[in-house]
Every structure is written in structure tokens, then in C-alpha cells.
Design a protein around this ligand. Sequence first.
Ligand code: C2E
Ligand code: MG
Ligand code: MG
Length: 760
Amino acid sequence: MLIAILGVAGSVVVSAGNARQRLASSESENQTDAIRIAETLGLSLLHEDDLVASAQSFELDNPGATQARFAQWAASVDVMARYPELFGIGALQIVPRSDLGRFAARYPIPWMVNSGSANAIVPYPAGIRPYYCLPTMMLMRDASLHLPRGLDICKVIPGVKLQGTKFSGLPSLAPAQFLGATLLSISVPLYRGGEVPPTIAARKAAFEGFMGVLFNTSVDIKSALAGYPDTEVALQHSASGSLVQFRGGSPPANAYVSTENLHNGWTVKISAPSVSNGVLDDKGALAVLLGGSVLSLLLAGILFILGTGRARAVRLVNERTAELRFLALHDPLTGQPNRTLILDRATLMLARARRHQVPTALLFLDLDDFKIINDTLGHRAGDQILVAVAARLAAEVREEDTVGRLGGDEFVLLVEGDSLQGGAQRVAERILAALRPPFVIADSDQPLTVSASIGIAEGDRGTAEELLRDADTALYRAKAHGKRCAIAFDQTMQVAAEDQRALAADLGRAQEAGQFFLVYQPTIDLQSSAMTGVEALLRWQHPERGVVEPNDFIPELESSGLIIPVGTWVLNAACRQGAQWQAAGHQLSVSVNVSILQLARLEFVREVEEALSLSGFDPSSLTLEFTETTLMRNGTETIAQLQALKTLGVRLAVDDFGTGYSSLAYLRQFPMDIVKIDRAFVSGLTNSTEAAALVHALVQLGKALNLQTVAEGIEDDDQRLRLQIEDVDIGQGYLFSKPLDLVDVEAFFAQYSQTSGLPI
Ligand code: C2E
Ligand code: MG
Ligand code: MG
């Protein structure tokens, strides 16, 4: 705005200045022009004076000269060409009336038309006067102008002050109206002897006549004004006492008037066109005004755009910076603090703990089997779960506490002070409970069950990183402990954790090295006590550590994806073994645990088919076990895969049933044959009425769905009895047998058939 205002104001000032300057320069131009015009006129007048003087001297040199002689003189000085303003030139004599006859005899002027007789002059205009002004010789520019003989010039040319001139001795100037033109008449007295007598009396005595010249001043003015349009000139002679004035040219609308003194009695008034000092009248100034205004408005506009653009840019940069700062410190998916901010806050938390002796804890939470969710449902679903989990975690802690996402499915909670009143373990339990209800997300048509493991690190540490590392170690232990639990760090874990990491590294080479083998845990018909089959369970023969349990390496196999080739190996090995047993006459089923990662692959059905055909194992004797939690994760696709498997003739079991909080409605959708009630319910049967009620409900559910029910982890007879009463079909557990290697399981077969007498 300021620039626009200043710009326009500046344009006004500059254009006004321009206008003034133009006016000034125009004035000075006008002045110069006026001087030039005046000079030209002055020269013309001087020139005319010259002619008058020249004619005067001719007359004086040739007293009584005739018209012919005068014409000769005029031709010799080329008067008509040299004096274009010359209208006529001639000599006059004042002829008293008494001398008319004598005059007529002396000047028989041929060009004069005499209306009277040749030797007599009849003065014209008629009238009797004491004297007459009669020409003695005359030259007119227009040769056709024949003055009548006897023309009394003093009578026809008004204003000729002959008398005064006669006695003053000076030339007389007068305007003369002649033949329709206003002419300048200059009359010069002629005295005998040529000299102007000094006294009036002497001048009267010596006076002979006049030399008269008529000038057409308009010619002078016209030539003086050549190149000066719209300029008017008023030529004025006042020195002689009479005012002689001539005008010429055309008056301008806006006149700049200057009067020049020509110093010979003449003044010239010149009216030249003037430049208005109004800005609007001055094209240049107007251009400056408009151009300047437009330019400054444009400039202001550009600056405004640039200015607001810059302001906008600055605002955007600020916003962007704030955004970037936020992004630098927050997880873009959940909006929670990221690793950097978590560590920063953890550092502050430790400092506060040291200063104020407040309890502090870092909870390191990792979702169980998150890779499975991601791989089976897709990353979008995985992201939705992460967002939902973050929200639940945030809802479980106080505002002052921090919930952050380290990356992947890892979350960290920083809790301190009052939040830890019941201890860190209590907080962790609350969080695990909060995650228990299934998650409903857009990308899954079924609610998803998600569990997590938590590692807890409490108390002071040198750095935040150390605190985080210890919580991570505890987390590792929690995972190994069967997941879905929270374990607090203690110093002995440090070694164990490092152990685990080393183990994970060894796992990569295990399959190649043939370190995997299967053990078999028999399953018993609870009603008949007959052995129905075995569950094949994976073991890892570690070269240094001995046999490693699945809980210590299956999670690692799943997170590394190695579960797929290893799972295929298990499937083939189990089918081969089953076929061999069948060939040996044992009618038993073989159960194989299948990871959801295997099931998610379309090739899996073909692989099962291949395992069956390669081994020749009866498909109906093969049971594929899928844990409930993983089954629930990808409804439609899982169902399709399961149905494809069903067409092969195999049987399908829901493993660890009851832990996934599945409802009857969901389970109904899956083409399952067997439901395996989780060990957790079985172990609680005898001392928890709640567990007993749950087992009852689960069994009824299984029956309602027309499923065979299997109870896992039967360790004592009491449990077996209760399950028998609940009408559970099959039992599996240490009561009957631990998982056994090939030799032992075959020995078990033999022993079992002998002791129970039941066929296997
Ligand atoms: P699972 O399929 O539920 O297998 C039963 C687990 O319960 C076995 O543990 C078995 O040893 C244990 N168990 C059986 N009866 C009792 C009992 O009376 N008391 C107690 N405390 N435990 C009992 P294991 O062999 O350690 O296997 C653990 C889990 O590892 C299995 O649970 C299964 O989910 C997984 N797993 C084992 N082998 C494989 C495999 O080849 N593939 C896949 N994907 N998972 C496997
Ligand atoms: Mg199983
Ligand atoms: Mg199980």
C-alpha cells in the first residue's frame, strides 16, 4: 500500500515537475522564438529603412528625375525581388493648387491615367484643396495598378502625416489602408541639397517633397512567422508619436505573450502557443503520471504478491518446520513419540528419578506374532492394528506418562511416580488386559485378537539406552516364556538374552545342518483310553546346547520367515513317519502344527498334497493344527485356504482354543474338525471354578459345532476325570506321555497296546 501510495504520489510530483519543466522549457523556447521572430521583423524593418534611404538618395542624386529614370534605378537595385514586402514606392510632391499646371507640364507621367487633358491635372479625388500630394514617379509591385493621374495620395492614403514629417525632418510611419490592404507607409521628407536643414524654418524653405514607400507588413510578418504556427505578432511603432500597429499570424489558444523592443521605435508583441502547466494538458507529464502510477501499482502488486507470497512461504516454512520437527520426534503412523523422543524423555525421567527419588519404569512392549498379521492381512491392516494398539496404550497411562513407538510393533511406556504405586508389573498387567478385547479394524471382516509381551526395566541406569536395553532383554524373556506376559528385568537375564541372540544366529544354519527333528506326543481317547494318534512337535538339536524347545526358537523362525521351509520339512517328515506307521499296521493319526505364515501361502495346499502323495500317507489320518489366534486374523482368505485343504481329505484342528477369545459365531465359519482346548484351562480345572465353567462352555461349543474336542496338557488323573465327565473326546498331556522321540514313541505304542490292551 505504501509503495502504491508513494509511487502514485511520486508520479504526480514527477509529472507535475515534468509539466513545470516542460512549461519552463516551453517558455524559454517561446522566448527564444519570440526573439527570433522579433529579430526577423526587425531585420525586415531595417531592410525597409535601407530601401527608403536608398530611394531617398536616388531622388536627391537625381533631382527632377523622370519615371523612366526611376524605373531604371529600381531595376538596377532589383527592388521588387529584394523587397517582397514592397507594395509600392514613389516620390510625392506637395503641389499647391496654383502649381497644378506647372506640375503637369514637368511630370508628364505616362502611367498615370489622366481623365482630363494631357497637360492639365484634374486632381482626384475631386475637390478643391490648398495643395495636393501628387506622385512624381511611382513603381507598384502590381504593374496593373495604374494610379489615376492627379491622384492626391495624401487624400486616399489616410494617416499619412505629411505636415509633421515635413517639419520634423524625420520619416513618418503610418498605416495606410490601400486597395483593401493595411500597409505600412513610410514617408521621408526630401529637402533641397539632400541634407536635413537643422531648423524648422530652414526645413520649410528647403522642402521639396516626399519619398514614399508602402510596405505590406503582412509579408514581413508571414515570413517572420514561417515555422511558428499558431503564433500571432503585433508590430507596433510608437516612437514617432503615432501608434502604428500591424497584426499577423493566427492567435494561439493558450498564448505565451512576449514583447520585444526592436530599439528603432518598433516593438513587437508575440503571442506564441503556451504549454499548460496542468499535468493533464501535458502529454509527457500525463504519460509520466499514468505510467508512474501504473508502474508503482504494478510494483506494489508484485511486492504484495511477493510479500504475501513470502509471508505465505514463511508461514509454510514455519508450519513445515513445526511439522518436520514433529515428524522428527514422532512416529508418523501413530503420532506417538518416536525413538529419539522416547530416549530424550527417558533421560529426563532418569534425571528426575535421581533428583526426587521417585520410582520410574520403562515398559518395552512387543506385539505377539505381529509379522503374521502383516503377512496375512496386509500392511494396511497391520498399520490399523498398530494405531489401535497405540490408542489403547495411551488410554491406560496418565497424561504425564509417555507412550511411544520404537518402530515396527514395538512400543515403549515411560511411567513414573504415582503411576507406579502398585508396581510396574501391575501397570504391565493392566496394559495386557487392555489389549485383550479383539480389535475391530476396517481391513478385516472379523475382530482380531492381538496379544503382546512386555519387558520391564525399573530404577536408575546410567543412560536411557541402558534402561531400554534392559527392558528389551526382559521382553525377550517374556517372549520365550510363551508370550502374552510381562517380565521384569533382572541381572541374570543379561546373559540369557545374549544367549538368545546367539541362538537366533545359529537357527539360520539349523535346517541345512539337519538339526531339526520331530518328537511325538500321543493323544488318547478319553472315553475308551485308546491311543488315537500323535502330535508331531518340532525340536532343534543344537550342537552345543542340546535339544532346544519350540518356544525358544519358533517365534524366531516365524519372525525370520524360516518357519516356511522348516514347516514344509515338518509336514513331509510327519507324513513320511505316519505312512511308515500305517504301513506297520498302526492306525493312528498324525497332527502337524502349521504356522499361519504357511497357511497364508497359496502353495501350501499343493505342498500338503505333495507331502501326502510323496509319503503315501492317508489324508484322513493327517491333522493340520492352526492356533486360534492366527486363524482369526484373516477371515476370508483363511477360510478359502482351509476349504481347499479340506478337499484333500485332511482334518483341521483349532489349536490352543480359548486363548483367542473367539466367539462361537466366528469359529463356525471355519471348516474345522477338531478343537483343542488350551492347556491353560485344563490346568485350572481343579482349583478354578471359572476355568471349569470355561472348559464346560468350550466343550459344549465344540459339540454344538460338531467338532471333536481335544484337551491339551492333562497332567493328572483328576483333570482327566473331569474332562471325561465333560465328555471331552480326546486327551493329550504328560499324564499319558510327554512328547517322545521316534524310538520312545514306538516303544510307547508297543507298551500302550500291551498295558491297556487297546489297539493303536
Ligand atoms: P502345541 O501345538 O499346543 O503343542 C503342545 C505343547 O504342549 C507342546 O509343547 C507340548 O510339549 C506341551 N504339552 C503337552 N502336554 C503337556 C502337559 O501335560 N503339560 C505341559 N506343561 N505341557 C504339555 P512344545 O512341544 O514345547 O510345543 C510348543 C508349541 O510349539 C506347540 O504348542 C506348537 O504351537 C509349537 N510347535 C511345536 N512344533 C511345531 C511345528 O512343527 N510347527 C509349528 N508351527 N509349531 C510348532
Ligand atoms: Mg499343537
Ligand atoms: Mg496347543
